[in-house]
Design a binder for this molecule. Structure first.
Ligand code: SF4
Length: 483
């Protein structure tokens, strides 16, 4: 498993906000991509309800995973491929290393895959003396920089082109340039040699299909197709939820994925892979392995409140609209999955106690649900995680516990909002007493403990002397007087 740094979320978020360089790299990207992807949805013949169609397809698959995975495995097996069900990250990595040793693999070329990030595959292979080369341009950049991806689709979004120019000068020995086509050409030249000499190709899987018995990969660079066809061995990794029932489901989901990920009608390269090279085929690997990874997903599947997160197609649309992600960047989330989807799925995978800051850190603005191409209700699950944490419910993997002060504060709040007169007096008292608090330009600049966190990064508008109920009553009175 990759390193889990979710406990450092708060410190890393503060650091990200203060990092002018990161802010420069992130600025504008959300404004560029989010409106373009939203426009794409409008062009479908099915109308806006295509998102609900996508949701229904994914939910159907999630609820029938046992049958669909068995069908997929049988069909790949019948074509001479080997399927391994890995209970956790260690089992998946051990299987991959065994395959590599058996095939005397020295060099691996790899397509972008979040699940291999999750299980920490690169590190394990490198520790075993195997060279691993990322071939997606963004992944290649961060591999050269010795970093982790900060975005699901655009792993190097936190880097400026000047950063990449300096990195390529240092690592590839080319003259400094920040011209994107020249940099891309330099990467392509360096990677070509690796493709031609690699012993094994590693890929992820966007969505598999039980009916046809294939895994599928989508890319715009063509690098995945090179990784999966040139080397003599191909090993693919997929989270156990990444399968759908029928081939026709792909027609809906791949349009949605391409729209949401890159504002495209369809990705440039779509490959269906169902086993090793057959006798009638001229190219392709001699051996094909598919590793289907659980690593905590069965636990999520068993929980009706959170099962919906398994519908995710990893398009990153929720990251592209999230105001929190847009300020703190992806590294602050401390695990493979970032943004709103990371704030839900990471705590479910690594434990609420280790990753609670992630679901408390989101704003619940609802933009992620609106942007999600398969209409996943992320805000509902963020709230449900907060509730579980506050309740301190202990079930397998969910060992949350709210603080005693918080329990007391919310019990008092619940009592107060049930009694309008008490609520009104408390509000008036608060409105009167706030005059002693530090002010600037009509705003409160510092609240006392334990509310000081609210004003650490921003000023607050003061409480109005007259509350909503008073204003409403006044308005009703005026209307009545006027009629
Ligand atoms: S939750 Fe929705 S928007 Fe976010 S990555 Fe998954 S499918 Fe895309």
């Amino acid at each position: 498993m990759t390193a889990i740094r979710t406990e450092q979320y708060k410190a890393a978020a503060h650091q990200g906000i203060a990092d002018k360089h990161l802010q420069k790299a992130l600025s504008g990207f959300q404004h560029r991509i989010a409106p373009a992807t939203a426009q794409r949805y409008l062009s479908h013949g099915e109308g806006p309800q295509i998102r609900q169609m996508g949701h229904a397809i994914r939910m159907h698959a999630v609820e029938h995973l046992d049958r669909l995975l068995a069908e997929l495995a049988d069909k790949i097996d019948a074509r001479g491929g080997q399927v391994f069900f890995a209970e956790d990250a260690d089992a998946a990595v051990a299987y991959a290393l065994e395959v590599a040793w058996q095939n005397k693999v020295q060099r691996v070329v790899k397509g972008k895959s979040m699940v291999t990030e999750e299980i920490g595959l690169n590190r394990a292979m490198e520790d075993a003396g195997i060279e691993v080369v990322e071939t997606d341009l963004g992944e290649y950049i961060i591999q050269l920089a010795g970093e982790h991806p900060s975005h699901i689709i655009a792993p190097a979004i936190h880097k400026t082109r000047e950063d990449v120019g300096r990195l390529f000068k240092e690592k590839l020995g080319i003259p400094y340039t920040d011209d994107p086509p020249t940099l891309t050409w330099a990467a392509r030249k360096a990677l070509r040699e690796k493709f031609l000499s690699a012993d094994m190709g590693v890929s992820g899987c966007n969505l598999a299909c039980a009916q046809s018995g294939h895994i599928t990969t989508l890319s715009n660079e063509g690098n995945i197709r090179m990784s999966t066809t040139l080397p003599r061995v191909h090993i693919a990794f997929m989270g156990m939820e990444r399968v759908v029932d029928k081939l026709r489901d792909h027609a809906v989901l791949f349009r949605l994925l391409s729209n949401a990920a890159a504002a495209q009608k369809m990705a440039g390269y779509i490959s269906y892979i169902g086993g090793p090279r057959q006798s009638y085929q001229e190219d392709g690997p001699r051996a094909f392995h598919l590793v289907i990874i659980d690593n905590g997903r069965s636990r999520i599947l068993a929980d009706p409140e959170f099962r919906e997160i398994l519908c995710c197609i990893r398009c990153a649309a929720c990251l592209n609209v999230c105001p929190v992600y847009g300020k703190i960047g992806g590294h602050a989330y401390g695990f493979t999955y970032t943004g709103p989807v990371g704030a839900v799925v990471t705590p479910l995978l690594v434990g609420l106690d280790r990753a609670r800051h992630l679901f408390f850190g989101e704003t619940l603005c609802g933009a992620c649900k609106q942007a999600c191409p398969v209409d996943i209700d992320l805000p509902r699950m963020l709230l449900a995680l907060r509730r579980r944490w506050a309740e301190g419910r202990k079930t397998d993997g969910f060992a949350g516990s709210g603080s005693a002060i918080e329990h007391l504060a919310f019990a008092a709040w619940a009592e107060m909002v049930r009694r309008p007169s008490l609520y009104r007096s408390a509000r008036q008292m608060a409105a009167l007493s706030q005059v002693v608090l530090p002010h600037s330009e009509g705003c409160l600049t510092r609240l006392p403990f334990p509310f000081d966190g609210w004003t650490r990064g921003r000023d607050l508008a003061p409480l109005s002397r007259r509350g909503f109920v008073d204003r409403w009553q006044e308005r009703v009175k005026k209307r009545k007087g006027g009629s």
